[in-house]
Design a protein. Sequence first.
Length: 317
Amino acid sequence: MNGKRILVTGGAGFIGSQMARRLVDDNEIVIFDNMHRDALRYTELNDNPNVTVVSGDVMDRDGLFKAVEGCDIVVHLAAIAGVDTVMGMPTQTMKVNLLGTLNALDAAVKFKVERFVDFSTSEVFGTHVYMAEEHNATALGVVGESRWTYAVSKLAAEHLVHAYHKEYGLPTVTIRPFNVYGPQQVGIGAIHTFAVNAIKGETIEIHGDGNQIRAWCFIDDMIDGTLLCLEKDEAIGHVFNIGNPRATVTVANLAYLVRRLCDSPSEVVYTNKDYVDIELRIPSIKKAEKMLGFWPKIDLEEGLARTIEWYREQADD
Ligand SMILES: NC(=O)c1ccc[n+]([C@@H]2O[C@H](COP(=O)([O-])OP(=O)(O)OC[C@H]3O[C@@H](n4cnc5c(N)ncnc54)[C@H](O)[C@@H]3O)[C@@H](O)[C@H]2O)c1
């Protein structure tokens, strides 16, 4: 892709900043972010003449409209994400993830963008997801459990995105990422916490009995999938799982693997888990493979080794 002006909401975050890095040499990038998180500080993007950073909130309709004007493409990643953050602010999660998407869609329609890529989540599949395909039914969690405000807001936003495609002809694509990890991840997640603690030789805590199962997708593969969704005409109007089903482990196995790769003496302990969790989450990526040619290349050990190396560099700074 080249010669495009691309607005990235949430572009200061983990996935957005890595995507911007891959596109910045041949395109103009507008990063629109309220800086709730900031991974830009780990990149050279702030000093790149092809990048404009707008400090703004997707809840501010006028500000967002101003930023979208003149853009060819909108990639919408701005969201409240991460289990701890979501559980601490469920109201804000619902508002930002749903109404922020509404604002972004309205701006995209008004300025007739040629592609709108929306980031949903694999959590829309619920608590037990084995080789989930995009056409499988989605699941809603119990009302009153704050954790599910994330999945519900993202799912409602997905419906909104499809409705804008059908009613207004907006060229949309929805992505459901499955457990992305890698260098420069700014939110707290299992790999972040395990790696940081293992490097310091501190105790590694596993919440619950550690038999939750996840498939981990390295950031470079996630960006490959995202770029295919940006570029391929066949993607328009569709939703795609993007993940790596071959990088599947239990949380306990992951903790021991990280400890081994860090060559760490850390003790691994099991602690009480006081929130509902997803027990099993493995995607089917057949649709993305068939329609877009997506195939994740980085296996878990290689991805973890690269990630740990980056955390080590941070610890040494
Ligand atoms: N990382 C994963 O494993 C994963 C999995 C499933 C879905 N997703 C989705 O992918 C997207 C990107 O995830 P990420 O891992 O890069 O998360 P992230 O938290 O690193 O990035 C999100 C960005 O959105 C910004 N933001 C939050 N509220 C905002 C607001 N009101 N206005 C403007 N900006 C705001 C934050 O400052 C942050 O920079 C999110 O929509 C997330 O829900 C990520």
